[in-house]
Design a protein around this ligand. Structure first.
Ligand code: NDP
Length: 331
């Protein structure tokens, strides 16, 4: 029995390539005093990982070339010398892209796969769900009857944003790439409308989907989509700026022209990182967990099989090839 790890082999220049990663086999780690070892069942692949691969300044430390690639997994404790974790406990832990990881318990969450499926703790009942909850409630602050638009609407964050907006009595409008994703957002997730930004009529389609304008634009993508939505914002509207994925591989793609809209509409834009609001996580996770448990919050997953397929799945995520939360199944 061996551990398998995916290392960051080099920093990408432009789009990520499989050669930026290296897969190695090592011994399974042993728990030291005050530590445990967990066997990962699912690895979460998230857009933020692209930023960690770069050398530039960011809100979090960069990944180290030659180290195990950073990331969060859910798995089962198989050895423990930690008083709070016992063999058989299920945990969410940041041990990175590897099958077996060692932890001292810092930042680890015990999870219950009997309440919601284990993988959901990496999506709707994990960091992406909390991000949606915080961005919408703290920075979007929608009122019943208002129109909330969210981009990357079929994804891990966007799908939760729209469903929470509906539960608040808002009109929820998604923006997604392609007919299949838009149909899912409306028919399965219950949004009122979804605009396919790849169809070539973004401005007219937004006008049709948002007849009363946009009160909250939850921005996951930046670039041309943000620019188009700016022309539909209402007076005193809000933009929680959550992500800019259209520019992660190519920052030049982030050009925005319609800045005048901020002035004439007195728009409040707020960039935020979910970890700025650790005080809200417990409340958010409790609410999200209950909604998933009761079947009131739906989600979809794209699951790659096997750690060796993680680099390819991650490259696909940055191109929109995922459909829902991107995971890698490891067991
Ligand atoms: P998703 O599950 O939504 O997957 C990413 C999606 O982004 C793709 O499926 C694709 O959807 C869309 N996308 C990719 N390239 C482009 C492009 N060029 N233009 C427009 N859309 C594109 O990912 P997450 O839900 O995990 O993350 C969504 C956003 O939220 C990301 O920007 C991420 O960085 C951000 N985020 C921010 C956090 C924070 O604390 N601020 C925390 C977590 C996430 P489609 O096919 O519909 O285009």
């Amino acid at each position: 029995m061996k551990n398998i790890q995916v290392l960051l082999a080099s920093r990408p220049r432009g789009p990520v390539e499989e050669s930026n990663f290296r897969i190695v086999e090592t011994d399974i780690p042993k728990a030291g005093e005050g530590e445990f070892v967990a066997r990962a069942h699912y690895l979460s692949l998230d857009p933020y990982m692209r930023g960690r691969m770069d050398d530039s300044k960011s809100y979090a430390p960069k990944a180290v070339v030659g180290d195990v690639m950073v990331g969060t997994v859910v798995g089962e404790v198989i050895e423990s010398r930690h008083e709070k974790f016992k063999v058989g406990d299920f945990v969410e832990t940041r041990t990175g892209w590897q099958l077996y990881g060692r932890s001292n318990g810092g930042g680890v969450r015990k999870v219950d796969p009997g309440y919601v499926p284990l993988s959901a703790y990496l999506g709707a009942v994990g960091m992406p769900g909390v991000t949606a909850w915080i961005g919408l409630n703290e920075h979007g602050r929608p009122k019943a009857g208002e129109t909330v638009v969210v981009s990357a609407a079929s994804g891990a964050v966007g799908s939760v944003v729209g469903q929470l907006a509906k539960l608040k009595g808002c009109r929820a409008v998604g923006i997604a790439g392609g007919r299949a994703k838009c149909d899912y957002v409306v028919n399965e997730l219950g949004f009122d409308a979804c605009v396919d930004y790849k169809a070539g009529n973004l401005d007219a389609d937004l006008a049709a989907a948002c007849p009363k304008g946009v009160d909250v634009y939850y921005d996951n993508v930046g670039g041309p989509v943000l620019d188009a939505v700016l022309l539909h914002m209402n007076a005193f509207s809000r933009i929680p700026l959550c992500g800019q994925i259209s520019g992660y591989n190519d920052p030049d793609a982030l050009t925005v022209r319609n800045v005048r809209s901020f002035l004439i509409n007195r728009i409040q834009l707020r960039g935020f990182i979910c970890s700025d609001h650790m005080d809200l996580w417990k409340t958010a996770l409790k609410e999200l967990g209950a909604l998933v448990h009761e079947g009131k919050l739906k989600y979809r997953e794209s699951i790659a099989i096997g750690l060796e397929n993680a680099p390819k799945a991650f490259i696909g995520l940055l191109k929109g090839q995922n459909f829902g939360k991107q995971l890698v199944k490891l067991i």
